[in-house]
Design a protein around this ligand. Sequence first.
Ligand code: FE
Length: 203
Amino acid sequence: MHDHHDHDNELDEMTARVRALETVLVEKGLIDPAAVDAIIDTYENKVGPRNGASVVAKAWSDPDFADWLRRDATEAIASMGFEGRQGEHMHAVFNTPETHNLVVCTLCSCYPWPVLGLPPAWYKAPDYRARAVREPRAVLAEFGVTLAPDTQIQVWDSTAELRYLVIPERPAGTEGLNAAALADLVTRDSMIGCGVAKRPGAT
Ligand code: FE
């Protein structure tokens, strides 16, 4: 059963209601649209993905936890306090030199909220949803990710039932870093598969 979808169709009822409500509140001077944008940015880019980054950092530094993530990502992630709506059934996919994982929701915009926050606009766009499947290597290149020609790309199609978290490869030169420093290297995009983890010292 495919019971939930966050359709990106602007005419859907919930979007129309939210737009109307926002318009009225702005017109009455009750909210500042820039403040709304700042809040969305916070949940898309800052608060949300920091949860996932701490999961990745733990997987990098604790082999038992990494095994647990492979076996039962939902439970392993919940053990860190990250659970709830849109994260009930998680699957962690680990990048290796042989295989790069990329996540999409071809049908709509299913996304693991407890670990990544709100999906970015491009994740919900028809262009990404179609092209991630048809030409993933070209899409990755546009995100600045160039893989070795013999690296396979595995594309995972999210559904209401199953959400994916990409565990990017641990960058070289990170042996001495603690969990917080490791988490700082983990970008949101790297956990969708549209990026790689930063190297230490990179901006
Ligand atoms: Fe979806």
